[in-house]
Every structure is written in C-alpha cells, then in structure tokens.
Design a protein around this ligand. Sequence first.
Ligand code: ADP
Ligand code: MG
Length: 726
Amino acid sequence: MNARHRAIEWINRRPNAIPIKRRPPADVFGENVFNREMMKHYLEKEVFQSLQRTIERREFLDRSLADPVANAIKAWALDHGATHFTHWFQPLTGRAAEKHDSFLEISDGEGIHKFSGTELAQQEPDASSFPSGGLRSTFEARGYTAWDCSSPAFIFETTYGKTLCIPTIFVSYLGEALDYKIPLLKSVGILEQASVELCKLFEEPVARVFPTLGLEQEYFLVDRTLHDLRPDLVMTGRTLVGAAPPRGQQLDDHYFGSIPERVFAFMNELEEESHRHGIPMKTRHNEVAPGQFECAPAFESINVALDHGLLVMDLIDRIAKKHHFVALLHEKPFQGLNGSGKHNNWSLMTNTGKNLLAPGKDPQENLMFLAFFVSVISAVDDYSDLLRSSVASPGNDLRLGGMEAPPAVMSVFIGRYLSKILTDIENPPRKRKHEPEDDLLRLGINEIPELLLDNTDRNRTSPFAFTGNKFEFRAVGASANSSNAMTILNVIVADKLFDMKEQIEAKIRRGRPLENAALDILKEFVSASKAILFEGDGYSPEWLRSAKSRGLKEHRHTPYALDAMLDKRSIELFARHQIFTEQELKARHEVLLRDYVGKRRIEADVLVEIVQTLVLPAALTYQGRLLDQLISLQSLSLLKEADGGQKELAIRLGEITKKLHKEVEEIEGTRRRVEKRGDSREVAIGYAEQVMPLAENIRLHVDELEALVADELWPLPKYRELLFLR
Ligand code: ADP
Ligand code: MG
C-alpha cells in the first residue's frame, strides 16, 4: 500500500472533529472587537468622545489621545486574555502581516504589563523584506505603521493564544505607500468628496458618503492528508498535473446542494469565529464545482469590509486545518473545473442611510440615481484596461475566461429595464401629442421600480454587473486582497462624478434648468460609453469577437494586463487625485510583475520535480513489472498463448516517458533563456508565452500516464480523491 492509499484509508477511519457548541450569533458578535461599546466602557467620557470624532473624520490618533486610549485598549485586551499586541498591516504580498510584541516589561526586576501611546500609534517594523518594487533604498529599510482608527482594534484568537491586532497603514521613511490600505483610504476620501458634491447639485442634503462592500469568498476544501501528498498543492496552491475525473461538475449536483457533514462542522466554526471577530458572516453554501464552497458577510463600510476580507482568509486557513482540511484560495486549483473568485459587491451610501445606487421614489431622486449609475458605467468604459489590470494575477490568468468565470474582457451588465432607459435618454422617443411635457416622466425616469432585477434577469457571465442596488465586480480572484481593485474602482468613479458635476454645472451657468442640464449630460455620457454595455452571454466566443470590434481588449496574460497601470492617462488620473505618484505606480507595477514571475518560477520548479521524482519512477516501475512478466512468459514459452498486451503497454509507457524526459529538458532550457532577459516584464512575458505552453504539454503526458499506470503505483492523489473524499 502506498502513502496515497494509506491516506484514503485514514480518511474513512478518522473520527469526526468535535463539533463546537454554538451560541446565538448575536450574543457572540463582536466579542473580540474593541468596538464602540467597549470604548465607552473602558474610556473616560471625554476621551471616548474625542476618539469617536477622530474615527468619524477618519483621522489619525491625536498625540493627546494616544496614552489614555492605549491604556484602555491594554486593559480590555488583558481582560480578554491577550498576551501580545501587533500592528496588523497589508503589505503588497496580498495577505496581512504581523509582528507580535508581548505586553510584558520588566520594571525594577518585576514583570508588569505595558502598552504605551506610542506603541499604539506607531511602530517601525523592518520593511526590507517586504516587496517595495524598488521604492525603498537599502540604507533606509525602516517602514512605519500607524493606526487607521476607522478600523477597530481586535483580538485575534487561535487555539494557542490571543493577540491584540491594531489595523495600520504601512509607509516608507519618505512617505511612500508600501501597502494596500493607504491608497484605499485616499480613494475613499476622494470618492466621498465627489459624491457629496454631486448630491449637493441635486439638492440632496448629505454630509458624508462612503462606499460599501460585500465580499463573497469562494474556496475549495481538500482533505489535508491527501493535500500533503501533492507537492504542487503544498507549494503552489494548485494542481499542476492531474487527469480529469469521469465525473466533474457535469451533473450540476453540487451547487446549493446539502452541505457535507464534515464541511458543515468547519463552516459552523468559521461562522462563529467570524462573528466573534466582528465579521457579519451571513451566507454559506456549496459552489458549482465539487469540493467548492462560498461564504459571504453582509456588506460594511469598504475599509472595514476589506480588513475583514483578509481576516476571513486567515480564519478559513486556520479553521480548515483544525478540521483536517486544507482550504485552497487559489483562483484555479483544478483544471477543467470552476475557479474561485471573490465577488465584490459595491455601492455608495450616504450618512442619512440612502443607497445612491438604488432608484428613489420621485423623478428628481431617480435623476440623481442615474447620474451616479451612468458615472460608474462611464468609468468602467473609459478605464476598462486599468480595471482589468486591478485583477491581474498569475492565478486569475488561469481562471478568467474559463469555466463559468467572467472573461478577461471588461463589460457591464445592467439588465433590460435600465438598458431601455439609457437608450431612451440617448435617443429620446419622439413626443406624441398626449404625452407630458416633463421629460423625466416621459422617459420613464419617474417610475423606476425599486426592485430592478429579478433572478431571471441576472447575468452571471458578466465581470461587472448591476444587481439591483449595487454593482458586483466578479473578476477579482479568490486569493486577492481586493483593496487594489476597490481603490482603482473608487478613483475612476470619483473622476467621472467630478466630471459629471462640472459639466452639468457648466450647462446650468448657461441658463439650462438642472433637470435639462442633467439629461443633456447623461445623454453625452451614455453615448460615449455604450461600447462597454453588454447584456449577452459573456462566456460565448462570439462575444470575444464582437468585443474586439467594439475596441475592448482581452488581456489574457498578467504582464500585458498590467501595462495599463503605466499608461499616460492612468498616471495622470492617479496624480490628479493624489493617490499614487508616478514612482509609486512604477513600484507597484514592478512588485506585481515580480510576483508573477516568482509564482510561475515555483510552478515550473515543482512541475519538473514532480515529473522526475514521482511520475517517471512510477511509470518506469510499472514498465519494469510488465517487462518482468514478459520475461516470465517467455521463459515458460507462454508468450503466444498468454500474451496480456504487456509488450504494447510497455512500449507505450516508454514512448511517453521518453517524451517527458525531452520536455523537461526543453522547459529547463527555455526557462534559462527567459530568465536571462533583464527586465521583469520581459521575463514575465517569457513565462506566460513560452514556459507555460511547455508546462501544459508536460501535463498532457503526465495525465496520459496517470490513465495507464497501475493505480497502486500512482503516488499523487487523483482528482476524484481530492474532490470527492471527505
Ligand atoms: P448573491 O449575489 O449571491 O445573489 P446578494 O446579492 O444578496 O447575493 O448579496 C451578495 C452580497 O452583496 C452580500 O455580501 C450583501 O451584503 C452585499 N450587498 C447587498 N447590498 C449591498 C450594498 N448596498 N452595498 C454593498 N454590498 C451590498
Ligand atoms: Mg453575488
């Protein structure tokens, strides 16, 4: 019995994880968060009020508040069993980073607990090992983290201990952003300003506007023992080889199906832990592919939702291991099956609780709704390449455009009803005699139904879809920190909102009433951005052809998709709104390219190792067995009568293994050549266009061997085992 078979046996013998005893969700919600209630409890009244103001204004902590607030947080954290604290930040690696310090300090030879205002407000972690794309010079390796008060401190709890986490930004000595949070916060500010101004133009009394975000997270669960027998899963998070099972997702029997017991136990714990950490986890279900699942919290203010998105990934990882699973957050763990995304449901909310992307009750409100709605469409149209760049990653290249994932081409789906309104705005139907003079009434703008899309009108094939009162950006990959995508979305929309407002104002200055001025400008915006609107099947090959004729580009490979970041227009856009300097953009571009190359490099290494140390030995062992049998048959002079086809099979195995030997040499040679190119973009293109196709070839031959070699000799857990055994 080989290790693989022992693993399978073990899955059937393993006792189930001890189920947790769940408490009512509302009772545990926020238990681990230093929330408003806790602040009130632990802080002096005046300090509490000042801190609330700081939070509301999204400012950094004032020096005078730092000490009392730190003391209160320390008391709260110690009361809740925390022993350490860390600034919790978002370097460009994509996952959260932490460096723990104990509360313990020795004073006069005795241990005391200390957490100063300075420790709360700022830390100086050594930044030299985080990606900076060349921003940070070696003589200034320090980075600085500072608390972003708009995201509350929380205690991260694992089986073995509790740590106080302070969500922070991460900057270089010279003030350049080294993380995803700083640009995101800046983009939220600029979007707020643009939104408030446009609201004011429509006489909507609002003081504040903030983007809201609901993040749906897809993931696969694989048994941990099987997982650990696959070097590709361990090292790259995806299968580099593996033959498709006879039953994949063709039966469509998994989606929304009843949740398997072992998975249910995991989900229960994930939910409870999410709730305790203040994440409003709401939905859980099976996804389309076997072994694939989804969870989604209710939407929150975008900054908090993004922090929670990272926290959820961390919780999924840890809790899965406890249940003897490994969670795969990779965009495409299995070839031929659905990949995993992170759907970003995005909208704009006012301080008065109004959703600016929901139609209102009267014509004036609806006109404002259309102004926001059309600005978003226009932003995606005008900056579609930039938006595509925001989701570019090696994992997502494998997902986009395949098996129920949105294509690598951007388009916007808005549904029939709104399509008709936009068409009418662009080409107003001729007035008939009995029709009202009021254009808003005549164009149907007065009566947009509150519930815009029923389920039949949902288009799952669109990367960017309007879903009734929010947009859903589905192209973001499952493993991404979607802060990057959301920052770019916020900025391009803000840019269009400013533009819309200025143009309407200009018309008003020339004497047009608000309503007509707005309709005029809406018409211009709609005419200019029609190309991005697409209501049909985004998976169809016809769409890719017609997208091309509309001037929409399909970037299948990350190194090309990333070019849009350094486009002159992008540089100007980010400079205009003070989100990134050109230097910061270049640095980020470089970080992403290096990430691409780094990941493809590891994949190639692991693939070669799998072929040489696992696949070829298995195939040749099997071939040796066949040859032994042939020798036995011959020695007994039974070759004619009892020939079992050993010879043909042995020859076939020999042919394939020989090809594999050659292909391994070829991929190694190609890699050496590609790696010699100086510039990261060129190396990345080399991997995408030359190395990857060779890897695909190797995979074909390995998969052919998997179908020939005796099951008892095959060392790698097969797709059917990874996907169906639990
Ligand atoms: P699905 O898209 O899976 O059918 P829903 O559309 O009901 O499910 O919700 C998906 C996500 O959209 C949830 O996280 C939900 O909280 C979020 N959502 C709902 N309304 C808004 C909004 N106004 N802004 C941002 N996200 C929202
Ligand atoms: Mg959805």
